[in-house]
Design a protein. Structure first.
Length: 198
């Protein structure tokens, strides 16, 4: 499954309009690429499609609200800034038990074991027209506590991207065509299970 959303200015004020880049946006994509014991694995990507607007330090912060009682078992390339109340778990403690987690990017000096592809720039995103390869950031999450199989991997709600300046809000995540990766030297295509887009 793949879900994605387009993020627009949180506060519509005259000073938010950029005459040099009136159609720019941020896009957040959730690619569910594997199933886990009680949930799924997903890659979350934030893409800056503004041509000239960039995200400076202290960087982006992505938040959402879970539809059920999901937890984040583990995360690579970023971290939840508050673990929340995980007292219901006695042995394996989730990375975050919050109903509304807020995720931030790791810094470049993060340990290699904690890194993922396109992460670890301290939340800084370059403008797409200036440096496309650094206009995106991604992290991996293992989501659980969804009960028995088959899992109902509903997309999160109320996505918000906080960044220096006014911040941005996201429309509902849409189920879109899955991202396709290749293996076996590019000879086999492998779509993700779901893709959510905004």
């Amino acid at each position: 499954m793949k879900y994605s959303c387009e993020i627009n200015d949180l506060f519509k004020k005259n000073d938010c309009y950029d005459p040099l880049d009136p159609n720019g946006n941020f896009t957040v994509t959730f690619d569910t690429y594997d199933w886990a014991d009680d949930g799924y694995l997903a890659k979350v990507t934030i893409q800056n499609f503004y041509q000239y607007r960039h995200v400076d330090k202290p960087g982006w912060q992505l938040g959402w609200v879970w539809q059920q009682n999901e937890v984040i078992w583990s995360i690579t390339g970023a971290f939840a800034n508050d673990q929340g109340n995980c007292s219901a778990y006695q042995t394996d403690i989730p990375h975050s038990c919050k109903k509304n987690p807020e995720i931030v990017d790791l810094t470049p000096d993060a340990l290699l074991d904690n890194k993922s592809e396109d992460c670890c720039r301290g939340g800084v995103l370059d403008a797409w027209a200036i440096n496309p390869s650094k206009s995106l950031s991604s992290f991996g999450i293992k989501v659980g506590n969804l009960g028995g199989y088959p899992f109902n991997g509903n997309p999160p709600l109320n996505l918000t991207l906080k960044a220096p300046g006014l911040g941005y809000t996201c429309g509902p995540l849409l189920n879109v065509d899955p991202t396709v990766s290749t293996d076996f030297g590019g000879r086999r295509q492998r779509p993700v299970f779901s893709k959510h887009f905004n």
